[in-house]
Design a protein around this ligand. Structure first.
Ligand SMILES: *Cc1c(COP(=O)(O)O)cnc(C)c1O
Length: 353
C-alpha cells in the first residue's frame, strides 16, 4: 500500500494575481479602490494588545447584532465567517449532502466546482443562454441544492427578483444559496424573500462594497433553522474563526452608512462612464451591475488584451475557458485608474490595427 493512494486530493481554486510593485494598477480581483470608512482606520490604530492576547467572542455577538439591525433581521438569522469564501464552503458542507447533483451556472464563480470537488458533492453545470443569462427551466430538474451569484460573476448580470423567486418556488425540497457578493453596486437583494422561503440562504461579503477584502469578513442570512445548522458545522471545526480585529472593524464599517452608500455610488458612476467609453472603442459587454465590466473586443482576442495591459502594468482578469476566452474582466477602479486603462487600451488597439 502506498500512502498516496489514500489521501484527499483537491484541485485548488486559482485566485487572481496579487502583483507587488509601484505604479501597478490592479483591476483584477474586484477590490474596492477606496479606503474603508474613516472610523475603521481610526479604530484599527487605537487597538491594543488585548485584541491579540484574548480569544475572540465565538458568537461574534456584536457584529452579528449590528448586521441583524442593519438588514432588519434577528441576530439568530446571521452567520459570520472569514470572508464569504469561508461562509460558502461551510454552506456547501452543511446543506449539499443528498447525493443528488447540485446545480450552478456553467459560467460563474470558479470556487463552486472546487468546493464540490473537495466535499465530493456531485454537481451539474447549467449553461447560461446566448446572452449569458440564467435559464430558469434548468433549475426545475431534480437536484440536491442550488447556488448562483446575483449579480453573476464574472458576467455582472443581475437577474430580476421574480426569476430568483421562480427558482425558489420550484425547489422547496433543497437549500438555495444566492451569493450576493456584488449586490451593493445597484442590485436588488433577494433578502425580502427570506420571509417566504425558509430554505433560502443569502450570502454577502465585506470584501467588495465595504473595502475590507484584507480583513476577511463574510456573512450569511437565512432562517434561524438554516443558520443553526451552519453554526453546528462551523463549531465542529473551530470556534474562533474570526479574529478580534476583523470583528471590531466589521462593526465599525457597518456603522458608517453614509460613507458606504457614497463609495458605492461613485463606483457605479465610474462604471457607467467606462461603459460608454468602451463602446466607443468597439468593445461589447453585458450590462454589468457589479464593480467590474466583462468585456470583449470586436477584433482583438482577450488573451492579447490581457497580456498587453499587463505589460503596461495594468492587471485585469482573463480566463482561457470555452465561451469566455474573448473576454477580460475589468474591476472598476478610481476615475484616474480608469483613465489610465482607457489610455492603454487606445494605444493597444491602435497598434493592433
Ligand atoms: C469575491 C467573491 C466571493 C468571496 O469573497 P470573500 O472575499 O471571500 O468574501 C464570493 N463569491 C463571489 C461571487 C465573489 O465574487
Amino acid at each position: 500500500m502506498n500512502w498516496e493512494d489514500n489521501i484527499r486530493r483537491a484541485v485548488p481554486y486559482t485566485p487572481g494575481e496579487q502583483p507587488q510593485g509601484k505604479g501597478i494598477i490592479k483591476l483584477n480581483t474586484n477590490e474596492n479602490p477606496y479606503p474603508p470608512a474613516p472610523g475603521v482606520e481610526k479604530l484599527l490604530r487605537e487597538m491594543d494588545s488585548d485584541s491579540l492576547r484574548l480569544y475572540p467572542d465565538p458568537d461574534a455577538r456584536e457584529l452579528t447584532e449590528t448586521l441583524a439591525k442593519y438588514y432588519g433581521l434577528r441576530p439568530a438569522q446571521i452567520f459570520v465567517g472569514v470572508g464569504s469564501d469561508d461562509v460558502l464552503a461551510m454552506a456547501f458542507l452543511t446543506f449539499f449532502h443528498s447525493g443528488r447533483p447540485i446545480l450552478f451556472p456553467d459560467i460563474t464563480y470558479s470556487f463552486y466546482d472546487v468546493w464540490a470537488g473537495l466535499f465530493q458533492i456531485p454537481y451539474r453545470e447549467c449553461p447560461l443562454d446566448g446572452d449569458f443569462r440564467l435559464r430558469t427551466e434548468d433549475y426545475l430538474q431534480e437536484n440536491g441544492g442550488i447556488i448562483f451569484p446575483n449579480p453573476n460573476a464574472p458576467t455582472g448580470i443581475l437577474e430580476p427578483l421574480e426569476k430568483v423567486e421562480e427558482i425558489l418556488r420550484a425547489n422547496p425540497g433543497v437549500v438555495v444559496i444566492v451569493d450576493e457578493a456584488y449586490i451593493d453596486f445597484g442590485g436588488v437583494s433577494c433578502l425580502p424573500l427570506l420571509e417566504k422561503y425558509d430554505n433560502l440562504l443569502v450570502v454577502q461579503t465585506f470584501s467588495k462594497s465595504r473595502s475590507l477584502a484584507g480583513m476577511r469578513i463574510g456573512f450569511a442570512m437565512g432562517g434561524e433553522k438554516l443558520i443553526t445548522y451552519l453554526k453546528n458545522v462551523k463549531f465542529s471545526f473551530n470556534s474562533y474563526t474570526m479574529n478580534r480585529t476583523a470583528l471590531a472593524l466589521g462593526v465599525e464599517a457597518v456603522k458608517d452608512d453614509a460613507y458606504f452608500k457614497n463609495c458605492n455610488a461613485r463606483i457605479v458612476e465610474t462604471r457607467e462612464r467606462i461603459k460608454k467609453e468602451l463602446l466607443k472603442l468597439d468593445f461589447t459587454f453585458m450590462d454589468s451591475r457589479a464593480n467590474f465590466i466583462f468585456a470583449a473586443h470586436k477584433r482583438v482576442p482577450g488573451a492579447r488584451l490581457f497580456a498587453e495591459l499587463k505589460e503596461r502594468g495594468i492587471f485585469v482578469r482573463h480566463w482561457e475557458k470555452p465561451r469566455i476566452a474573448d473576454h477580460i474582466r475589468i474591476t472598476i477602479g478610481t476615475e484616474e485608474q480608469m483613465d489610465r486603462l482607457l489610455e492603454a487600451l487606445r494605444e493597444i488597439l491602435a497598434s493592433c490595427g
